[in-house]
Design a protein around this ligand. Structure first.
Ligand SMILES: Cc1cc2nc3c(=O)[nH]c(=O)nc-3n(C[C@H](O)[C@H](O)[C@H](O)COP(=O)(O)OP(=O)(O)OC[C@H]3O[C@@H](n4cnc5c(N)ncnc54)[C@H](O)[C@@H]3O)c2cc1C
Length: 595
């Protein structure tokens, strides 16, 4: 069976020794976030995820969601688990105290989110979407809408959705057709069909709050004519209870490859009452708050799945006996050696392990940037953190989810044929991981966002900040011979990023296809470089730990895993830089008829 134990020791190591979580807890609103409190939260989250959510992962996949006459039932056990989840306050840990939230750091929210998705990706979708809706409303909603909806979305008694996609309009939101007619009472009547809406209908909460993109009657065409509306399933009464049914109904649920316990719904809006969030025709700006939160959330899904895949594969590789070690038997009294003796099996495990551990450091660092961007008392520090966050969001979304899928596939490969059959549970990880590369903007679109917007924004300042941050680390550690094996390859990788960006700046103006052709490779090149930076920081922390002389095995393992990354993963950056400089010609040479 698939295995999951929350990697608490590793999580604490990253928080305490790698990213310096103290900088976060020193921010004004987090004075009460003591190490003891953090420990208690991690322990409790681990118990819930291991004992309640993880056991429902397989049964939820087997049973799926049920649709009957507009009503959706989640699989057995989900409702009870959700009740336990909200009773424990888990939906509210990072939300605003002004609306009843606990106001804990986003960094800590990321740690908990990782555990939830490792344990049960489908379950995590329900509170995950609510979190995005909450953020959009908090940033752009009028005070009366915030008062009415935020406390309930925060405490999880109501849940949220994001309604963008329509049958003819996926990536290209400029084509959306859903209409919003102004009403005499200041509300709008929303009419149209949305597809693929996660958590659009279910039985976990007493109300469902849709954040829906639609067009006003006089709106300009394209993305400049889209507005955002809040549309509840039940219209709230004056005293905040779910009242009369609104004109929005689930028409069907999708039958799909994975995340079967997450309801993916066709939602029909038929003159449903809604209220505008943000400015007319500026709905995409408001929705971007939700989309950015959701993109990072989806990135965390990639990490979560990768961790479960790795743990399952590592346990199996220590147990499964096949063949003999090339250097002589390691289990001489048994019929064969465990497959973990074989270099190729180790290759697979170490790709997974070096990804999960490096990505965890990168993810929690990104979490700390959210906290600094919101709460630093210094405007320059807030701006610097936000710049890095903007730049890293598409990188985290696309690279983490590509690697989540790769890790799940490597887990199946480690299990051999036993991974392909359902009994062992790792094939579910492959099916569940696959969607993460597609939704919230397919990964190719993340790459275009990086190349077309994020690298160019503010005259390239965010990219310069990232390069500055990494170059600062290199300069500070270059003279330390123990760090050379991490710093030198990092320096070369940074050089390749600079060369590639330069190539793009020289060529993309003349031919825009150059940017499109380079985008996915450049995103991967930058992701690997960011990971190498994290492995540098992990190595530095490991050396400090070794010097202190406690837990040497733990720190030596970190260094060995980092060496694998530096020597056997990071060299991909050389090939990527070559691919980028090969330009768009080979991609665009064939006529469409030749395919
Ligand atoms: C299980 C599931 C849950 C979902 N949940 C939600 C939800 O809650 N809310 C919601 O609104 N939507 C949701 N979606 C929809 C999802 O976000 C879209 O499927 C996704 O954005 C891609 O749109 P599409 O499927 O129409 O693909 P298309 O836009 O048709 O894209 C197809 C391919 O072409 C590429 N492509 C498209 N345009 C370009 C371009 N300009 N340049 C380069 N490449 C391009 C894409 O990268 C992709 O590989 C969900 C989908 C699924 C399957």
């Amino acid at each position: 069976m698939a295995t999951y134990k929350a990697p608490l020791k590793d999580m604490r190591f990253v928080l305490r020794e790698v990213i310096d979580f103290k900088e976060v807890t020193a921010l004004p609103p987090f004075g009460e976030v003591t190490p003891d409190l953090v420990d208690a939260i991690l322990e409790e989250a681990a118990k819930l995820c291991e004992n309640v959510l993880f056991p429902l992962n397989r049964s939820g996949d087997e049973e799926g969601c049920h649709y009957e006459n507009g009503v959706v039932r989640t699989p057995k056990g989900f409702k009870e688990a959700y009740t336990q989840f909200i009773d424990g306050g888990w939906t509210n840990i990072t939300t605003d105290p002004k609306f009843g939230g606990q106001g804990l750091p986003a960094t800590l929210g990321f740690v908990v989110q990782e555990m939830i998705t490792s344990a049960n990706l489908s379950f995590g979708m329900y509170p995950g979407l609510s979190h995005g809706a909450y953020e959009a409303l908090r940033a752009h909603g009028k005070p009366e809408l915030q008062q009415r909806y935020l406390p309930k979305l925060g405490d999880g008694t109501w849940s949220g959705t994001m309604c963008l996609t329509e049958p003819h309009c996926g990536t290209d939101l400029g084509m959306l057709r859903t209409r919003a007619e102004p009403q005499a009472d200041g509300s709008y009547a929303i009419t149209g069909t949305k597809i693929f809406i996660s958590a659009g209908e279910h039985d976990l909460t007493e109300n469902i709050i849709h954040l829906c993109l639609a067009r006003l009657p006089d709106a300009p065409g394209g993305t400049k004519g889209i507005s955002l509306f809040i549309v509840p399933k039940f219209l709230p009464t004056e005293d905040g209870k779910p009242g009369a049914a609104n004109g929005v109904r689930c028409g069907a649920i999708e039958h799909k490859m994975g995340i079967k316990a997450s309801a993916t719904c066709v939602m029909n809006f038929d003159g449903a009452k809604g209220w505008m969030v943000g400015e007319p025709n500026k709905g995409l700006n408001a929705m971007f708050v939700m989309m950015n939160a959701a993109r990072l959330g989806v990135g965390m899904q990639g990490l979560g799945i990768a961790e479960t895949a790795y743990q399952s594969a590592a346990a199996y590789a220590k147990d499964r006996l096949q063949g003999r070690s090339l250097t002589g038997p390691k289990n001489a009294n048994g019929p064969a050696d465990p497959i973990i003796v074989h270099p190729d099996v180790r290759r697979m495990l170490l790709i997974q392990k070096s990804f999960a551990e490096g990505a965890r450091a990168l993810a929690y660092w990104v979490g700390s940037l959210i906290d600094k961007a919101h709460h630093s008392d210094n405007a320059e520090a807030r701006e610097a953190a936000d710049d890095l966050l903007q730049l890293l969001t598409p990188i985290v979304k696309a690279y983490f989810t590509d690697m989540g899928s790769e890790s799940a596939n490597l887990a199946v490969q480690t299990y051999g044929g036993h991974g392909f059959i359902r009994e062992h549970g790792v094939e579910q990880l492959v099916r569940d991981a696959r969607i993460t590369q597609l939704y919230e903007g397919a990964n190719g679109i993340q790459a275009l966002d990086l190349v077309g917007r994020k690298l160019m924004m503010k005259g390239g300042k965010p990219a310069q900040r990232l390069l500055g941050e990494i170059n600062g680390f290199i300069a500070a550690n270059k003279a330390d011979p123990k760090m050379a094996e991490f710093v030198e390859p990092l320096e070369k990788a940074i050089g390749r990023v600079q060369e590639s960006v330069m190539y793009l700046m020289q060529n993309a103006m003349k031919n825009p296809d150059e940017a499109g052709a380079a985008a996915t490779d450049l995103l991967r090149l930058m992701a690997l470089t960011a990971m190498a930076y994290m492995w540098g920081r992990i190595a530095k922390a490991a050396h400090a730990g070794l010097q202190a002389g406690t837990d040497n095995d733990f720190y030596e393992t970190k260094l060995a895993t980092g060496r694998f990354f530096a020597k056997r993963v990071l060299p991909q950056t050389t090939a990527l830089a070559h691919q980028i400089k090969a330009g768009s010609e080979t991609l665009m040479a064939l006529k469409a008829e030749a395919f």
